[in-house]
Design a protein around this ligand. Sequence first.
Ligand SMILES: Cc1cc2nc3c(=O)[nH]c(=O)nc-3n(C[C@H](O)[C@H](O)[C@H](O)COP(=O)(O)OP(=O)(O)OC[C@H]3O[C@@H](n4cnc5c(N)ncnc54)[C@H](O)[C@@H]3O)c2cc1C
Length: 490
Amino acid sequence: MRTKAQYIERLGKMNRNLYCNGEKIDRLDPRQEGALNVMGLTFDAAWDPESKDLCTARSHLTGETINRFNHIHQCPEDLHKKQDMTRFLCNKVGQCIQRCMGTDAANAIHTVSYEAQKLPEAKTAYHDNWLKWLKRFQEKDLVGCCAQTDVKGERLKCPGQQADPDMYVRVVEERSDGIVVRGCKVHISEASIADEILVVPTRALKEGEEAYAVCFAVPADYEGVKQVVHFHNPRPRDRYPRGIEYGYTDSYVIFDNCFVPWERVFLCGETRHGGVAALLFALFHRHSYSGCKPAMLDYVIGLAALAAEINGIEKAPHVREMLARLIMTGELGYAAGYTASALGKPEVYIPGMGFIPYGPGNCIPHSIYANVGRCLTGEAVFHEQEILCNIAGGLPATFPYEKDLSNPETGALLEKYIRRNPVIPVEEQIKFWLNFIDFALSGSSGSMLYGAYHGGGSPIMEQIAITSQYDLEAKKDIVRKIAGMSLPKQ
Ligand SMILES: Cc1cc2nc3c(=O)[nH]c(=O)nc-3n(C[C@H](O)[C@H](O)[C@H](O)COP(=O)(O)OP(=O)(O)OC[C@H]3O[C@@H](n4cnc5c(N)ncnc54)[C@H](O)[C@@H]3O)c2cc1C
């Protein structure tokens, strides 16, 4: 396992393929620092005696101790631990911990490549290739990101119907030594600080769309890959340093006729398995949200409770009701994820076939509970902001700049008029409101909300997964029996 310093040192040696605001930039650009601090925690935690057990696992390939973010879940206990690790680490930064996308893509590809390799028409030994890649990923403790979301062009058209066929990443050439891919994946979290990019399809695919059924991995600085990066950092601080400087990034990842050798290809042309790869990454990722969403609720509850205390309204009935609502959402999301872990099995839902055994035996969370938890907590994020706004009042929207607070002409006056709860030192109240602003009223918080709502798929995608997999007929039968109706003939 690596340390944070070793991880950063390796990034510093990578090729320059990051672009931002018209410039080509280095991976150790100061604007990446917040995101590196957050990712660094995933390395620190694996060495820390307090969190070692939660944040490491035994590799099923080598028996060695590895970072849990690089583990293939073998049993429900592994899924419980991933959920708890995610909540634990997100609680240290008050935002996404950033490393789960690679974990979720790895678990999806591990499963799909196994099934695809069995097909007589398989173009290469997909699962053997995968296991080789995975062994290195685990041994070198690499950071993966997942590039699933295609630009998608016209939303109501399939990949094959688009005016420009590159709206979904596709294979443009098959060669004896590998494939050439073209297209662009968007909103790819932490691609700019990752070692490897794992690529999976976005959606279900049908016959004729073989070129889009492709899974592969390339180094994040690979030839033929360009990343256009967006930074999400809170406003720099001067007099009131944060407990941790955090941030995150995402990239447009452009594959510009990028050559991928066969040994890094894990699926190529098998449309049914391409669709399962899309579904499985989404499923593993929605399960990860059952760790990070409760953690974000922990943070929002803390913000709401402290704002109420500072405003002296913590006993007001409407505040208690709002706090209860936040607690219920967070813990329901956690409970749904816990159940999804407990009921985890090596099975996937295939339309028309129901739940069938799939993959080499690794553990897959229960789809209904993972989707229910993700959808409930994702849709709640804007209501959570409404609660924070309600309890805080207008103060965070017009809060003075730091330099006005330290200016001898205005500082003491501002401190006098900012103070609300006389028991809490005004300095503490100022630190709290600056932090509240970072979370609720900054540019980076806006992007975070969009991620919290759409990440892992927009709510409609979760609702489609839930309603298409749920046994509605069994529910109708409950009513039919109690109403004395006749049951439909089988
Ligand atoms: C901050 C952030 C981080 C992210 N990180 C990652 C990442 O690391 N990796 C990754 O792969 N993705 C990532 N995503 C992408 C995320 O998964 C997508 O945003 C999500 O799947 C929605 O896709 P979209 O943004 O293209 O929106 P759209 O799919 O365009 O959705 C917009 C609206 O159109 C509707 N719509 C779309 N298609 C149809 C249709 N066929 N029929 C009817 N209605 C339709 C949707 O329901 C929605 O109402 C991230 C997104 C954000 C915002």
